[in-house]
Design a protein. Structure first.
Length: 85
């Protein structure tokens, strides 16, 4: 998802950036959809302020689109031998 003017835009809409983006008419419903897509229940969404909900979703999207970090592994004897060779 790509964020534009504080709201998320679907992948298909991202490809055509020449079109003018029109914000949704019902911001309250948009916020509910955003929260549900991030895996929150309606009770959890109700506990958050709008600002906290948007921050949560931004963190969620950043983590979901981030490349996985390579994990370190223990060196084997072959690695040690290659290092000292």
């Amino acid at each position: 998802m790509k964020q534009r003017k504080g709201f998320f835009v679907e992948e298909a809409e991202q490809q055509n950036d020449d079109e003018v983006y029109e914000p949704p008419e019902r911001h309250d419903l948009e916020l509910l959809v955003i929260g549900k897509r991030a895996g929150l229940s309606f009770d959890e969404i109700n506990e958050l302020t709008v600002n906290d909900l948007l921050k949560y979703v931004n963190i969620y999207v950043d983590m979901a689109t981030e490349k996985p970090k390579q994990r370190r592994r223990m060196a084997t004897q072959a690695d040690i031998d290659a290092f000292f060779a």
